[in-house]
Design a protein around this ligand. Sequence first.
Ligand code: GZL
Length: 330
Amino acid sequence: MLCLLSAAVFMSGCGSVKAPEPKAEPLEVADESLIVVGVSQLGSESVWRTANSASIQRVFTKENGFFLNFKNARQKQENQIKAIRSFISQQVDYIIFSPVTEEGWDTVLLEAKEAGIPVILMDRMVKVEDESLYTAWVGSDFQEEGEKAGQWLADHLEKEARQEEEIHIVVLRGTEGSSSTIGRTKGFSRIAAAQENWKILEEGDGEFTTAKGKEVMENFLEKYEDIDVVVSQNDDMTFGALEAIEEAGKTVGTDGEIIMISFDAVKAALEMVEEGIINVDIECNPEQGEYIEEVIRKIEQGEEPDKLNYVSENVFTRENVSDFIDERIY
Ligand code: GZL
């Protein structure tokens, strides 16, 4: 048996068996004039993600000159890598994807580059040796979002004359290793580091979902008697955390004992800002389809698109939310 195995290894070329080249299966697209885009969306974990997908599906239509091949990876990096490989074998014109986490993309992006297919990153960022592995990125400045949250809290506590009081903070973090989690955590921590009276009791992984956000918040409420601030890195986790806070008999919001800071600013959360349940919501704009279309149009016209394309975003409190809530479609 050992001889057979070593012979097999020898025949395959000293044991380093290379993945078979994806065989080209060009997608049958009836109308050759359409621009074929392959989109790998990371999942459907939140209201924000659903809105982000809707933005893509609204823009990349046949009427608008595109053929869209859209795949949902259900939070798994291996599903995104499979999808990208299938787009390469279909010889699409563009690959668009929102990387579930930052690491582990070099190999498959090199395959796309070698196939001559431009890759456009949507929402989240990749950490790669060679930045030429992607043509452009469209998304948010996550560190700035975190800093906005920290600065709002510093200003709010000053207004409340609480600069001398020890402020106890817990953080519900999003998907581990995602650029939104990394950036928001870094940005808030940078502001917090300058506030001597702030004490971050604990950070927990709420995975950007309501269920996990509730579970982590229940844990915090059992462990810590007096939490002053919750920093929740997306509205879905905030909805879960609010349930846990209510079940624990605590109060939250503009008139409550706990300050609630959230991110994304989806409509259901903005309504809670208006009601004074969420103190502040840092917007993260999912409407990225038009921005990505602009990048593609530039490339089609032989122009060099900007490498980094930031979407516009706001900060919502009770003072300004009513001016925006009606136009919110997600
Ligand atoms: C942010 C995006 C995050 C949202 C979450 O750009 O990556 O992922 O904040 C979503 O709601 O799940």
